[in-house]
Design a protein around this ligand. Structure first.
Ligand code: ADP
Ligand code: MG
Length: 616
């Protein structure tokens, strides 16, 4: 690594490291030679990767969007990371957004916090992606960063970032580091090898549909089954009930990471015959563990896979890093300890490790550290090559065979050239068809691009040669060129990155769309109203003053029921609580009088909140 020009701390360009997660996103930067988490919206270090289009047509990313997720599925989008690189759009309200645009909203919210902490102006960013992300997926993340207004300096692999966060690049020893990352929606396990100051991902495996959210839903079922058994009504059929249970389940799950049992006491989950239905029970940690054991066993299988891929035995692993919020579950730590017969490292908060490591990479890049001799590299996650005739001795050869120029797991950046010859008489040109994948035939692999190199001298088959060069850089950008050996004529393409006119226009269209929809100022008061979980969905396009009579009747009944319960409760209360109860009763009465569903819903919600607070 070249020594840096500047040594004064404050003369560095600040580059931020961003973990754009499936469930949560986070960012960090180097402060006084150390990575530091950035304080995001609402004063938190993690921000839910959820986007909401509110009723004012504005986009809001983060906690408020997450709170609206279950109740307003048609206005929210979560886990967009799973769709990165796909050419699709998601409808939200009356709008449709691409995965890049939705991710850009999340990144833009992060950028707002970055600007607050580090000052306005251009910001460079290092953004992390799972090790298995394809070229197209990496490009999509890069584009999302650019749409959000970042200059995307580099895209790095999450496990590499985690290893950097632990400072494992320091010291001279060569090491094998296993990174077990169990997040909210995905599980990834990777082997990172540190050798001669070079860090690379050797192998990775996982399941992008397995994570803490699945544990929450298993717990939702467990809780709901109890309600069904006790009250004969299924709270999952009521959208509010489902939302409330999901919220509760996640809380219980987290508590069970620190306690051996949790007393569940939810006064209101749903309503039956206008009477609130709640749940009181106790759940033991073992009960929760038995629910999630099949899923944890699956992660164990992947551990074996990844070791096999890397040609390692469990005993060859020098360090084990636990990453992702779900590794806080003690059973996960036990699983790892018994598998490797060794304790994993957990001293860095597992849900912050990736962002911190991205910041370390950013710091290395910007020169915020004094020279530490580290070169971070990654590997090509897939083989990349071209279509050729299948070479079979004594055979003419069948078209459509795949020939890898950069085999999978090649350390990048890399440049490789292969020479090919013409296959027919007087062949005037060659079609270079570029694919990515591990299959023998190109039809089974992923098509990236193609171009034609023309003007070859007309010669008998096999007498004209073309050199094809693949250049793959650390951002996962692939440049392919083909050069006629005899004439020197050359053609090249840059996959995905070279914005042609139409995609450039599309980029600026997206940029305008992202800018226009993103909520300009924080206005929490206003958003509180819109994001209320209990805002009735039907209200979306409703004109003021025109309620649907049946739901209105139901709501008035529900409000009356609450009024009755609280009036009764007044007998046992005094002081501040009495005042709060009276306020709620008055609000319910006024709402019933006004006969407006929205107002009624709000009043009922405040009643529910108070009931929860007072543990009624
Ligand atoms: P992702 O990488 O998918 O964006 P995170 O690493 O932030 O996600 O992990 C989020 C998941 O971790 C959520 O499902 C959350 O409920 C879970 N989680 C966070 N803290 C705990 C805890 N103390 N115990 C169990 N699970 C937790
Ligand atoms: Mg993560």
């Amino acid at each position: 690594m070249t020594p840096t020009k500047n040594s004064a701390e404050n003369s560095f360009r600040p580059i931020v490291g961003i973990d754009l997660g499936t469930t949560n996103s986070a960012a960090a930067y180097i402060h006084k030679q150390k990575p530091k988490m950035l304080t995001l919206k609402n004063g938190e270090r993690l921000m839910p990767s959820v986007v909401l289009l509110n009723q004012n047509g504005q986009i809001i990313a983060g906690e408020e969007a997450r709170n609206a997720l279950v109740a307003m599925p048609e206005r929210t989008k979560a886990a967009v990371k799973r769709s990165m690189g796909e050419k699709i759009t998601f409808s939200m309200g009356d709008q449709a957004y691409t995965p890049e645009e939705l991710s850009a909203f999340i990144l833009k919210e992060i950028k707002r916090s970055v600007d607050k902490e580090l000052g306005e102006g251009d910001k460079e960013a290092v953004i992390t992606v799972p090790a298995y992300f394809t070229n197209a997926q990496r490009q999509a993340v890069k584009k999302a960063g650019e749409l959000a207004g970042f200059v995307v300096e580099r895209i790095i692999n999450e496990p590499t970032a985690a290893a950097l966060a632990y400072g494992l690049q320091q010291g001279d020893e060569d090491k094998h580091i296993l990174v077990y990352d169990l997040g909210g929606g995905t599980f990834d396990v990777s082997i990172v090898e540190l050798m001669g100051g070079i860090m690379e991902v050797k192998a990775s495996a996982g399941n992008n549909q397995l994570g803490g959210e699945d544990f929450d839903w298993l717990l939702v079922d467990w809780l709901a089954d109890k309600v069904v058994a006790e009250h004969g009504t299924d709270p999952r059929e009521d959208i509010r009930g489902k939302a409330r249970l999901k919220e509760e389940a996640e809380k219980i799950k987290k508590d069970l990471s620190f306690q051996s049992s949790v007393d569940v006491s939810v006064p209101v989950i749903t309503v039956k015959n206008n009477a609130p239905v709640g749940l009181d029970c106790t759940i033991q940690r073992e009960e929760f563990v038995s629910l999630i054991t099949p899923l944890l066993d699956e992660t164990k299988e992947k551990l074996s896979h990844v070791l096999e891929d890397a040609g390692l035995a469990p005993g060859d692993v020098d360090e084990i890093l636990l990453v992702g919020g779900s590794t806080k579950i003690p059973q996960v730590q036990q699983l790892i300890t018994s598998f490797f017969n060794k304790q994993p490292k957990t001293d860095i908060n597992p849900d912050e490790a990736v962002a911190l490591g991205a910041a370390v990479q950013a710091g290395i890049k910007s020169g915020a550290f004094s020279d530490n001799g580290l070169i971070v590299t990654d590997v090509a996650p897939f083989s990349m090559g071209i279509a050729v005739l299948s070479a079979q001795p004594g055979n003419v050869g069948k078209p459509g065979a795949f020939h890898a120029i950069i085999p999978r797991n090649t350390t990048i950046p890399v440049t490789r050239t292969e020479r090919y010859t013409t296959t027919s008489h007087n062949q005037p040109g060659v079609e270079i068809e570029i694919y990515q994948g591990e299959n023998k035939w190109v039809k089974d692999n992923y098509f990236l691009n193609e171009f034609l190199l023309e003007g070859l001298p007309l010669k008998p088959a096999g007498e004209e040669a073309v050199d094809v060069t693949f250049r793959y850089n650390l951002n996962g950008i692939l440049e392919v060129s083909a050069k006629s050996v005899s004439t020197g004529a050359e053609m090249s393409v840059t996959i995905e990155d070279a914005l042609d006119r139409s995609s450039e226009e599309a980029f600026y269209d997206s940029l305008a769309k992202v800018e226009a929809a993103f909520q300009p100022e924080e206005h929490e008061d206003a958003s509180d109203e819109e994001l209320n979980l209990f805002t009735p969905l039907e209200n979306d396009n409703q004109e003021e003053g025109r309620e649907r009579p049946d739901s209105l009747q139901d709501l008035i009944k529900e409000a009356d029921e609450w009024k009755r319960r609280f009036t009764k409760e007044l007998e046992n209360r005094d002081g501040e609580t009495e005042k709060q109860i009276n306020a709620v009763i008055n609000r319910l009465a006024a709402a019933a009088e006004e006969k407006n569903t929205e107002v009624l819903n709000e009043a009922i919600e405040s009643a529910i909140d108070l009931a929860v607070d007072l543990e009624l």
